[in-house]
Design a protein around this ligand. Sequence first.
Ligand code: SRM
Ligand code: SF4
Length: 564
Amino acid sequence: MTTPLSDLERIKVNSRYLRGTIAEGLRDPVTNAISDDDNKLLKFHGSYLQDDRDLREERRKQKLEPDYAFMLRARLPSGVVTPAQWLVFDRLAREHANGTLRITTRQTFQWHGIIKHHLKPTIAAIHDALASTIAACGDVVRNVVSTPNPVESTAHALAYEWASKLSLELSPRTHAYHEIWLDGEPLVGEPKDEEPLYGTTYLPRKFKIGLAIPPLNDIDVFAQDLGLIAIIEQGRLQGFNVAIGGGMGATHGDPSTYPRLASVIGFVDPERLLAVAEAVVAVQRDWGNRSERKHARLKYTIDHRGLDAFKAELASRLGYELEPARDYQFDHNGDRYGWIEGSDGRWHLTLQIESGRLADTDDHRWLTGLRELATVHEGDFRLTCNQNVIVANVAADQRERIDAIVAAHGLDAYRTQSGIRRHAVACVALPTCGLAMAESERYLPLLLPKLEALLGEHGLTDAPILLRLSGCPNGCSRPYLGEIALVGRAPGRYDLRLAADFSGHRLNQVYRENVDEAAILDALAPLFADYAASRAQDEHFGDFLVRTGVISVNPRRIPAEVVA
Ligand code: SRM
Ligand code: SF4
């Protein structure tokens, strides 16, 4: 008996290449929402319908429809933003959204709180700024991420180019985006769009690609469906190790869903990279589960069919096998704050933006500060997968001017911050995320001082510890790769997970299930004390917990070549 296809497959196939009735829905003045089917298609255009969950109950009592507004996500390969684009994005945040810009964990921007009739002008303005929102969400290859540190060498610059080529090559081809958002001429009759890679049903599920340049695993390459590890020898880019089947999402209480680290399956030279990436995507397109969306990501396809079977299929489609993986070494995660000089003598300044939220508040004026930087900066900006921003490509004689703006807007806090704060990432969660079970972004500033106080008692203020908060097990902050992670269960309650490593090679494990803040702090206090008393030199917190047996590691959750 064949299992019926999921409802989304019906919606995709009937959508006329992602058109549905989105255009009509946008014009409907009766509601601030659009239909459910169109909302699912809208994701492929980079937007989600959301409602303010803080107001939900009150509006229900008042018999009002929920406070609907749209979230919009840009597609910015490798997170590169020009100053001119920055100024446009900033203006859109203030004129059409909730007055904030949100840097995501996949190095792009989100705008929240866009009301329906503002969506089209916002997308059109992003397009005019030579950017896009197409395929920022949906069952397609998403924004390709890559190590954002710009030009440490020419090999680094080349690696970027490949990330951009991948992003372009694997974008959908439908004209729907132009028609709906940019007043492009509709195709007459039945649309003749061609989607050579995706066909009419696109992919079974989202597909993520990331490119890391060792020794920095700042993009969490093993969390990607397709992870690429640049191999640079004697300053030359040789090619990429290919890792497949990473993913974070899980569902509480359902062991058939789980985070998985990508398995390294071989090496490819740059000339063959696009073909290999396309072939991996195509096998997933054809083999992925289109009945159960919960089991549709590449990681489940691989575990279901077997890694060897997947590799054999890939080789047969390519007509060759990948070469054996080359040696590489990651030694850290997270971002390196402050100024770094590139090999060409230009400078790059990484600033920390807590949870990636650029806003003006009583405490700081980060949105304004970045706008002012964009008005004088002659290089570009790079968003990072840790929700931070790099003011990149600064001439040496411009540094002082940049530093003055940074200091004037409270953007220089990274200089004095604790190790854990410098390595904290939190997903959006409430009030906009419809899937949030607990607070995350809004909880981080409340939790951090308490953790800092505990760490301070043991002289651990400067210890770099990866902290990840997610409001639910979907894992948008990649919490399963945190040395300490909280994964939301219910308001005020989290699973406390511990002991990922510091370079993204090992998943953490549950240490306390469904606990509140007091229990979390109680659980951590003695561990911090032991760590302070008996850690080895330079030993990271996660490694210490494993070495001392507090956490035992599940080898299945470590990339294949590390186990071997
Ligand atoms: Fe995510 C769904 C936010 C990175 C795994 N994610 C969502 C939605 C769209 C909720 C929804 O479906 O209604 C969230 C919107 C919240 C809001 O109000 O803005 C959301 N995800 C985010 C962002 C903004 C988190 C952040 O704080 O920065 C990140 C946007 C990335 C981007 O620019 O494209 C974000 N999401 C991730 C990551 C991290 C990554 O990719 O490196 C993951 C884990 C990796 C992975 O995909 O396995 C992630 N998001 C999910 C999942 C679980 C997917 C799964 O396989 O189970 C969902 C739920 C789903 O797809 O059904 C989800
Ligand atoms: Fe929402 Fe959950 Fe993702 Fe957080 S992890 S943004 S709560 S889907």
